[in-house]
Structures are given as C-alpha cells and as structure tokens.
Design a protein around this ligand. Sequence first.
Ligand code: HEM
Length: 254
Amino acid sequence: MRSFYRPALERHRRLIAEVEVGSREAASLPRDLLGLLAACADPAWGEDDDLGLRETIVTLNATLDTSSVILVQALAEAFTWLEDHPHDGALLADPDFLNRLVRETLRLHPTNTAFFRRVAEDVRLESGRSLRAGEMVAIRVGIASRDESVYGADANEFNPWRTVPPRAYDYGLAFGSGAHKCLGLPLIIGAGGRDGSHVHLLSMLFAHGIQLDPDRPPRRPSDLDRDMYESFPVLLRQTSGLVDELAGHQIAGP
Ligand code: HEM
C-alpha cells in the first residue's frame, strides 16, 4: 500500500493535474486502471482511495493469481499424464494437445469455488428446482465441472482426450458463463483455441526440458484450503534462450 499503490495513485493524480493546468497533453496520460480511478472516471467512485486499492487487489488476483495457479496445475497434470501415457510425450510441441492439457486442467482445477448470484425474478430451472426472487444462490464450479452426466463416468479424472457434448464447455465452468464470463478467456486459451498464453508458455517450457526436481517434491499449502501448490520446484534441462523468449513473448489477443 505505502510502497506501491499510494505512490502510483499520487503520480497519476499529479499527471492529471498537469493536464488540467495545461502543462501536459491529455494524450500522454497512461491508460490504465489507476488512471481511471485517479481521474474519477465514474463520479460514483468519489474520492474513495480504498475502492482503488480493492480494485487493484481484485484485478491482480483475477488476472495473475488465476493464470499462474493454472499454469502450475497444468504442468502437474501433464507430468502425471505423461508418466502413464509416455507416447503422448511426442505431442509436447503440438498446440492442439497443449490446448487440451490447459482446458482439461481448467475443468478440474477451477480457481473460483463458487459464483454467488441474487435471483432477479422467480424462475424454475431445467432441473425442476424453483428459485424465488431475492434468494442468493451459489453455483458450485467444481461440482458442475465434474458433472458425470456431461463429462462422463470418468469426470473426476484428468484426460486431455476427453470429448464433451456440443453445448458444454470442455473447460467446465472455469471462466463462468453468461454476461460476466471471463474477459481474459481469449488470452488464456486463445481466440481460435490454439494460440492462448498458456499454450505458448507450456510449449516453451517443454521445449526447454522442464521436469520436476527429483530432490524437492511439490508441496501443498498446509494452512490454506485451496487447490494449489505452495511450492513446485522444477528443473530446466536446457536454459539457453529461455529468458529472451519469455521477454520477447507476445500473447495473441482476440
Ligand atoms: C486461468 C486464468 C483465469 C481464470 C480461471 C479466470 C476466471 C474467471 C471467472 C470464473 C470469472 C467470472 C466470475 C463471475 O462470474 O463471477 C472471470 C471474470 C473476469 N475475468 Fe477472468 N480468469 C482468468 C484470467 C483472466 C485474465 C488474464 C483477465 C484479464 C486480462 C481476466 C479478466 C476478467 C474480467 C475483467 C472478468 C469480469 C467480467 C465481468 O464481470 O463482466 N481474467 N474470470
């Protein structure tokens, strides 16, 4: 808060003040979340600094925490899958296979436990269950994404070759659904299904010979009830060029 958030917000306010007195071009203002908050782009935000702090935390959590957790989960699932299906090791540069790894990982390891929604009007669901206006409901992502009637009798198992019925998402409810479905989805799994950030990252890591560190097994958090790793040590058999590749990496957008 004191080291990063507050100085950044103050800097944005200073820049905006410079535009107001005519010593800076409006076009040179940074176009980012803090800029919008400092400019009070929506008058309803007022001067509430905590709002900006909360939005910053939510944004970091929604974009970076989710992505990094899923990348590690995908590696963990891939290592286990390849132990039992070594012939698929030949596909580690194949974007279609890597994309399947990522989607199946998302299905089994949703980063949200549940979506909470308030019922807008009385409704009867396809299942026959009735909900009354004003009630709060929790849509349990992990349960829905492992529904055997949709994903098959082996829904609890990891299988990148899984096929799903036409109306179902192969990545389960990992990105939500409907009006608030994740805006970052095309970044992660790609617009055409093959060019997402995680396919690129996995492809680079496998090309550089990533493997689990045999001396330091992965560790789950001991004090947090969350499906993630606290520590996931890996070795890269071939490191030359990796840093340059990551630094110059362009993520394909929608
Ligand atoms: C693996 C990575 C990600 C996962 C699993 C994920 C998951 C989700 C989920 C489940 C929601 C819907 C929440 C709800 O309906 O209540 C959501 C919303 C959203 N996500 Fe993501 N997300 C990921 C990455 C990203 C990235 C990289 C960005 C932006 C660069 C992003 C931007 C958003 C935004 C802006 C919303 C809100 C959409 C709205 O409310 O209209 N997400 N995400």
